[in-house]
Design a protein around this ligand. Structure first.
Ligand code: HEM
Ligand SMILES: *[C@@H]1O[C@H](CO)[C@@H](O)[C@H](O)[C@H]1NC(C)=O
Ligand SMILES: *[C@@H]1O[C@H](CO)[C@@H](O)[C@H](O)[C@H]1NC(C)=O
Length: 431
């Protein structure tokens, strides 16, 4: 199986890269020669295959930070390599993060395998006006007023989960439970709760596992690969979501559901200046799925590592409990949390941030350069991928002294001195 896997990986990369590289040669030959001297240091690796196999191997071995750290130690804060069949500039440090997050000449690209998995119309696959329109619609849902409305629903999911799956046990496996909990929370917000616990929901949960594993593996669409299972899982999930959307639409027309019920209802009821549905049905399905996938995996990772930290760190645990008891004191037994309570959990949030610093759930991601770009005196040619990574910056002793130490007070606003974009766990979004 392992042998078969690597053979298919090699074959597929050879094929896709030949096509990619030939285009690049035809389009860019003259320019390449001129700019070659100015492109960042590093190597583009073996022709066609580049460094992708190395990256995929470290992702599977959970050592992806080593892969990037190696190159950054060798070549510095900007270097070149070749990933997924494309020449790539790897940037490190706050300045690099800032460049990737905020330069409008860098756009989310269609180079990675994600559009095939998440759908052609997901936020991560579309550009320009379409990107702005879809992002605007999602952000309206994720804004503070909406979250304020949903705190109660999240609270009730958490309580039910703790009662059903934690209470009375002496040992639990945290990560599977947290995946379950974050799945229940996110689907409650995104799809509503009218069919919670139904076989459809469970099937979706199973498909998400496939989708996620495929997104983290080599994009080889052949029988028996993780990537193929992922594509098939995504197709099934989208058919399910289409059906759910159709039912929601009908319920809204009958007045049995309202726009504020969940993300699906909300997106279905948003209209443009002509009174037309703002997002197409396909866009709604693709972005609903993308939100569930993106949100549920990274949240589960965060909460799991927080629990591990608290299990090993009685001081942090005691301070967190103290903060929570202060809030509980002013509540009736069983009374749900409200938005104002969350804003009092400043220490808890610092523990979360420090956990995200040490174990960022998203290791980094890429953009594509729309033009030739200048960065620190180097040229990043048009069409190159530009990659940012969180971990290397998060463990830079110049920014986070004694970087391996877990110290939530680093995020205390009173003594926060880190440069902008040093903490990159959420990418460009500053919460
Ligand atoms: C610990 C939890 C989370 C982490 C670490 C995380 C991390 C990230 C990162 C790194 C990006 C940016 C990728 C890039 O710029 O290349 C991103 C984008 C995004 N995330 Fe999350 N995320 C988390 C939770 C959530 C949740 C709960 C939701 C929604 C319910 C969500 C929705 C989104 C959306 C819609 C985008 C794209 C936004 C844009 O283009 O600006 N995320 N996330
Ligand atoms: C984007 O990068 C280019 C360098 O290629 C620079 O001239 C421009 O000012 C940058 N824009 C922003 C908004 O930082
Ligand atoms: C931040 O301030 C706290 C006091 O609020 C102090 O105990 C801690 O050592 C400081 N941490 C850093 C990293 O400067």
């Amino acid at each position: 199986m392992a042998y078969y896997y690597w053979v298919t990986v090699v074959v597929a990369f050879v094929v896709t890269s030949i096509i990619g590289s030939t285009q690049l040669l035809i389009r860019g030959r003259g320019r390449w020669k001129e700019e070659k001297a100015r492109v960042p240091p590093g190597s583009l690796g073996l022709p066609f295959i580049g460094h992708t196999l190395g990256l995929v191997r470290t992702i599977r071995g959970n050592r992806v930070d080593e892969f990037f750290r190696d190159r950054i130690n060798r070549y510095g804060a900007v270097s070149k390599l070749s990933l997924f069949g494309k020449p790539t500039a790897l940037l490190a440090g706050p300045a690099g993060n800032k460049f990737v997050f905020f330069n409008h000449s860098l756009v989310l690209g269609r180079v990675a395998s994600l559009p095939h998995i998440l759908g052609e119309r997901s936020l991560l696959a579309v550009q320009g006006d379409d990107h702005r329109r879809i992002r605007g619609a999602l952000m309206a849902f994720l804004g503070p007023e909406m979250l304020r409305m949903y705190v109660g629903r999240i609270d009730s999911e958490v309580r039910q989960h703790l009662e059903e799956r934690w209470a009375g046990r002496t040992a639990v496996a945290v990560h599977p439970l947290m995946k379950r909990l974050t799945f229940d929370i996110i689907t409650a917000l995104v799809l509503g709760n009218d069919d919670k616990g139904s076989p459809v929901r469970d099937a979706l949960d199973r498909d998400l596992v496939n989708i996620f594993e495929g997104a983290m593996s080599a994009p080889v669409n052949l029988p028996f690969t993780a990537y193929r299972r992922s594509i098939l899982g995504s197709r099934r999930a989208r058919v399910m979501l289409q059906e759910m959307m159709r039912q929601k639409k009908a319920r809204m027309q009958e007045g049995k559901a309202s726009p504020n019920d969940d993300l699906l209802c909300r997106l279905l009821s948003m209209t443009d200046e002509h009174g037309q549905q703002l997002l197409s049905n396909e866009e709604i399905v693709d972005n609903t799925l993308a939100t569930v996938i993106g949100a549920h995996g990274s949240l589960a990772a965060l909460v799991t590592f927080m629990v591990r930290q608290l299990a090993e760190d009685p001081d942090t645990l005691a301070k967190m409990v103290e903060e929570h008891e202060e809030i509980v004191k002013n509540k009736a037994p069983g009374e749900a949390l409200v938005w104002e309570d969350l804003s009092k959990m400043t220490f808890t949030w610092r523990v979360a941030q420090e956990t995200l610093r040490l174990v960022p759930p998203v290791f980094g991601s890429s953009r594509v350069a729309l033009h030739d770009m200048d960065y620190k005196g180097y040229c990043i040619p048009k069409g190159w991928q530009v990659f940012w990574v969180a971990d290397v910056t998060h463990r830079d002793p110049g920014i986070f002294p004694d970087p391996a130490k877990f110290d939530p007070s680093r995020f205390d606003t009173r003594n926060k001195t880190m440069p902008a974009c040093s903490f990159a766990a959420f990418g460009a979004r500053m919460f």
